[in-house]
Design a protein around this ligand. Structure first.
Ligand SMILES: NS(=O)(=O)/N=C1/NCCO1
Ligand SMILES: [Zn+2]
Length: 263
């Protein structure tokens, strides 16, 4: 059962060495969301997502995941509303996944792990002028997380899946355009949990308002298998290592409240 799987997880090598000193350390991510401890907040408004596929630029393998990067020099692809006071600009999206379908997500819901998790990363363009500035501010970033389940083939994802062999190795990059990431959102984006957390990959800064979708999307077994054909290693390295289990170990909630937009 999953509890055994999660204990097995405890012995697995985390994707990378956890740093000795973590910035702040009391609002780290990811976490397990305990549904019965989450608090319904009627003041949470619907999310307003506005993505322009023309801002999609490239896809590359950064040695942690593959990133689809967007032109964030103007407010063309943005998210606002929900728990957010300001407008946030999309800069990239990426995924985390496992070596098999039993685990792979970073967050869990009542300890339930999913085979993969999508992160749409945005920065506060009302208050800052660059991602690099926003990344160290407590209200600097907003990440929308969507769980992936194995099921029917996701037609919108296939264009991305077909581009992955071109970025198999760390530091490889290809042009990738006209991709509308809203096709990766569930139909219902009004039901979500939200909490104050951090990036789950370096710099791990405590700058993120997390918005974790209650509804998942479905991708096919074969589509997720292509994610696992990516490599952590660059073309020059002798030993090639499959890019799998690229999730961070879960962190202590430390008294934080997770709010829900739904009852
Ligand atoms: N997994 S995550 O929290 O989205 N991490 C990052 N790091 C840079 C941008 O997003
Ligand atoms: Zn991520």
């Amino acid at each position: 059962n999953l509890s055994a799987c999660s204990s097995k997880l405890a012995f697995m090598h985390p994707m990378w060495q956890e740093p000795l000193a973590i910035p702040g350390g009391d609002r780290q991510s990811p976490i397990d969301i305990v549904v019965r401890k989450s608090v319904f907040d009627p003041q949470l408004r619907p999310l307003k997502v506005q993505y322009d596929p023309r801002t999609c630029q490239q896809i590359w393998n950064n040695g942690y995941s593959f990133l689809v990067e967007y032109d964030d020099t103007t407010d063309k692809s943005t998210v606002k509303g929900g728990p957010l006071e300001d407008q946030f600009r999309l800069c990239q999206f990426h995924f985390h996944w496992g070596e098999n379908n039993a685990w792979g997500s970073e967050h869990s819901i009542d300890r339930r792990l999913f085979p993969a998790e999508l992160h749409l990363v945005h920065w506060n363009s009302d208050k800052y002028s660059l991602f690099e500035e926003a990344v160290i501010e407590e209200n600097g970033l907003a990440v929308i997380a969507v769980f992936l389940k194995i099921g029917k083939r996701h037609e919108g994802l296939q264009k991305l899946v077909d581009a992955l062999p071109a970025v198999r190795h760390k530091d490889s990059l290809v042009e990738f355009t006209k991709f509308d990431p809203s096709c990766l959102l569930p139909e219902n984006i009004d039901d979500y949990w939200t909490y104050a957390g951090s990036l789950t990959t370096p710099p791990l800064t405590e700058a993120v308002t997390w918005i974790v979708m209650k509804r998942h999307i479905e991708v096919s077994h074969d589509q997720l298998a292509v994610f696992r054909s990516l490599l952590f290693t660059s073309a020059e390295e002798q030993v090639q290592r499959s890019m799998v289990n690229n999730f961070r170990v879960q962190q202590a909630v430390k008294g934080r409240t997770v709010r829900s937009s739904f009852t």
